[in-house]
Design a protein around this ligand. Structure first.
Ligand code: PHE
Length: 446
């Protein structure tokens, strides 16, 4: 069977940046900024994203392109030692499982965002509270709708599904984001928010947990550790300079997180100006779902008719960001079933998508205890640990010359480049050590 491939460099960048830019950027990042002391967090995040997450991203992309296969197949191919082969398979399979669980909670959140985006339109004709009130029925219906949209795109394949839709959705997402910022920054209160966001209080940088949270956020945001970037890399043409293309993806991902902060943090202060409560009992900025689903809608409500339009655009933006990421999540297990078990793509998409939907619904029905738990297990434990193993495989198990040969395909002068002087050391030592420290810290902290 012919393997899918992205048809152009820009197609790849849009798709991979789309995978990376998601709720993690537009919701997670600003939220973390709000709860971790503003600009100090921004600063640490930027450093870690470029110095640690980028090399880890490159590890996945290069391995993927070299093997031209999913992670379960690709990791064992890096070595001749049977035991390491087995272990590689295990890491790949755990990645598949993790990705399935991430998608199952991601679809629930994205479903809410979708229902919130429809609410302002629906309210023109009917009472739309059903769309914004938390209810079992609403959660079920919108999780299903979101999963179906994801499946429909993945069933179309790499270039006519993922690439085509990412190329449509990403520019729309960026345009909406910029439009909202331009409007919001003209409102009273915005400048105070901007100061909180951009002027760091250096004393906070070494406050417990800040660095750990920033690294975790960077890993989640760049979709690392679950084989997502590996499979996207496997669809990238050998002609492309993978070092540069990966840098673009990182830049867009980090850039959009930063820009999303320019929207969300000032908007909180605008809300405060309107009398909406933005600090919790401990005096910290409200964050997480309360921020997105209570504070912001309260603000939009106060803004009258234009507020309804802004609400529509804002939640549409969030839904699009969710969809370009959810397709990359579904692609991981689908690619595995297609490649390793010879199942047709359409069938694989519906069957795997269907199974993940069942998992989603299980969470919806057991929301109180299961929702937070799956998020914690996958993002705080599975992802960093798997990310560590991906780095160890790329840095220690894989022969350096093979990695270099792969990079050189689209970048003949790679051997003399700064990238090649630094990257092998980073994936061997710096990234693993950092991830281990982060992980131990998280364990102690919890
Ligand atoms: N990077 C995505 C986001 O920021 C989430 C994601 C994680 C997607 C892991 C794929 C794999 O929302």
């Amino acid at each position: 069977m012919e393997r899918g491939q992205f048809s152009s460099k820009i197609g790849f960048i849009m798709a991979a940046a789309g995978a990376a830019v998601g709720l993690g950027n537009i919701w997670g990042f600003p939220t973390q900024v709000a709860s971790n002391g503003g600009a100090a967090f921004v600063l640490v995040y930027l450093i870690l994203a470029f110095c640690l997450a980028y090399p880890a991203l490159m590890a996945e992309m290069i391995v993927g392109r070299s093997a031209r296969a999913n992670a379960v197949k690709a990791l064992p191919e890096l070595t001749d030692k049977p035991i390491l082969k087995q272990f590689g398979r295990l890491v790949g399979l755990t990645g598949l499982l993790t990705v399935a669980v991430i998608l199952s909670f991601y679809a629930i959140i994205a479903g809410w965002l979708f229902s919130f985006s429809l609410a302002p339109i629906a309210s023109l004709v009917v009472d739309s509270h059903w769309l914004t009130d938390f209810s079992l029925e609403r959660n079920i219906i919108f999780t299903l709708l979101f999963m179906v949209a994801t499946i429909l795109i993945i069933a179309q394949g790499v270039s006519s599904g993922i690439e085509r839709w990412s190329k449509r959705m990403m520019p729309a997402l960026i345009a909406i984001l910029l439009l909202l910022i331009a409007y919001m920054l003209t409102l009273p209160g915005a400048m105070k928010g901007l100061t909180h966001y951009l002027v760091p209080d250096f004393s906070l940088v070494f406050k417990g947990g800040l660095i750990i949270s920033a690294l975790g956020q960077a890993f989640f945001s760049l979709s690392l550790g679950v084989g997502c970037m590996l499979i996207y890399g496997s669809y990238l043409s050998s002609k492309e300079n993978i070092v540069k293309v990966g840098a673009w993806v990182t830049l867009i991902d980090v850039g959009l997180a930063f820009i999303a902060g320019l929207l969300i943090i000032p908007v909180m202060y605008i809300a405060a100006h309107h009398g909406v409560e933005i600090f919790d009992k401990q005096g910290a900025l409200i964050n997480g779902d309360t921020l997105i689903f209570n504070v912001l809608p309260a603000l939009f409500e106060q803004m009258g008719d234009i507020g309804q339009f802004v609400a529509f655009l804002f939640f549409l933006l969030m839904s699009l960001a969710g969809l370009t990421s959810s397709i990359s999540l579904l692609e991981v297990p689908v690619a595995y079933v297609v490649e390793s078990h010879g199942v047709a793509r359409k069938k694989a998409s519906w069957v795997i998508g269907g199974l993940i939907t069942l998992l989603s619904l299980t969470i919806v029905f057991n929301f109180d205890w299961l929702f937070g738990l799956v998020i914690m297990v996958t993002t705080q434990y599975s992802q960093p640990v798997l990310g560590l193993f991906f780095c160890l495989f790329a840095g220690w198990v894989w022969h350096r010359d093979h990695a270099l040969a792969e990079i050189k395909k689209g970048y003949p002068e790679a051997e003399q480049s700064l990238f090649w002087k630094i990257w092998p050391w980073y994936v061997r030592f710096v990234c693993p050590v950092f991830i281990i420290v982060m992980f131990i810290n998280a364990l102690i902290g919890s």
